[in-house]
Ligand binder design. Structure first.
Ligand code: A3P
Length: 306
């Protein structure tokens, strides 16, 4: 696998290009292992995102939807009140298959099994593509995704903003060199699948979820096969799930203020502002224009817009 000698790398480590996308060395080991060993079941549900597109939020909502009869008390006794969403819904390549010589035991996962991944469509394990498992893809506009990623990376590696100038990271992002990048190819892979196989791939947008969370939560519930009953609608269960999974609720929980996930990342690193349009505070007009123009070019004619 070629490393990238001319780049210092997005996270101060060499990035490797594999099947057209960029990965850290550690990540890539997980990607290869999960491609080789993961056996999808038709009943599985796979949550897919570009990093910093709202993965944490999507995990919380989907977990709550699937487990709402088991944990009906959203305000007092719910696993999300004491566990970070990433603990409840593991990543295939970053959690379950990250250890080279140790395959995960998935027998404790109740059906439907719920997993997540940042893998681009082309790199999904064969068994996923051959199965009829459900894939939920959540994307976010590239400007906010980039800004969120820049903050997250600085924090993760304890890099100060001054030693990782936003301009440098921006140049790389625009050239497609970012974790699981190029951003646009990642989005397009799933967008095309969602058009061709809409019963298999649901395509969601962070901005639409912020705009109308109730509607999007209902859509998601239907897609994964657990629509709300008239009784649940009447009892406000959709609203309960929306409230529990909101940025305000999750980011203010003790567990998300202080805890860490197994990879050592602080839970609070997954909650920064949770808004649409924060890019305006970081990108110059020229940068925004450049990113818009790349996006326009890349998505030209495909029917997807940000
Ligand atoms: P910002 O950095 O713009 O605040 P991911 O979960 O894919 O790592 O993405 C993290 C981004 O989603 C961060 O964006 C984070 O604040 C935001 N986020 C986390 N939980 C959220 C929630 N419940 N609702 C809305 N946004 C959320």
């Amino acid at each position: 696998l070629p490393s990238l000698p001319t780049e210092k790398g997005w996270v101060a480590a060499n990035l490797h290009q594999y099947q057209g996308f960029w990965h850290t060395t550690r990540q890539l080991a997980g990607v290869l292992s999960c491609q080789k060993h993961f056996q999808a079941k038709n009943s599985d549900i796979l949550l897919v995102t570009n990093p910093k597109s709202g993965t944490t939020w999507l995990k919380a909502i989907t977990f709550s939807l699937l487990n709402r009869s088991r944990y009906p008390d959203f305000a007092h006794q719910h696993p999300l009140l004491t566990n970070n969403p990433h603990v409840l819904v593991p990543f295939l390549e970053l959690d379950l298959y990250i250890h080279k010589n140790q395959l995960p035991n998935l027998s404790s996962f109740a059906s439907p099994r719920l997993f997540s991944t940042h893998l681009p469509y082309i790199s999904l394990p064969k068994s996923v593509k051959l199965s009829t498992c459900k894939v939920v893809y959540l994307c976010r506009n590239p400007k906010d995704t980039f800004v969120s990623l820049w903050h997250f990376t600085n924090r993760l590696r304890s890099i100060s903003k001054s030693s990782n100038p936003i301009e440098e990271s921006f140049r790389k992002f625009c050239r497609g060199v970012s974790l699981y990048g190029p951003f646009w190819d990642h989005v397009l892979g799933y967008w095309k699948e969602s058009l061709e196989r809409s019963e298999r791939v649901l395509f969601l947008k962070f901005e639409e979820m912020k705009e109308n969370p109730i509607l999007e939560i209902r859509r998601l519930a239907e897609f994964i096969g657990c629509p709300f009953s008239p009784e649940e609608e009447e009892n406000g269960v959709v609203e309960d799930i929306m409230r529990l999974c909101s940025f305000e609720t999750l980011s203010n929980l003790e567990v998300n203020k202080n805890g860490k996930i197994s990879s050592g990342e602080e839970n609070k690193a997954f909650f920064r502002r949770g808004e649409v349009g924060d890019w305006m505070n970081y990108l110059t007009a020229e940068m925004a224009q450049e990113l818009d123009s790349i996006t326009q070019q890349k998505l030209n004619g495909c029917g997807l817009m940000f």
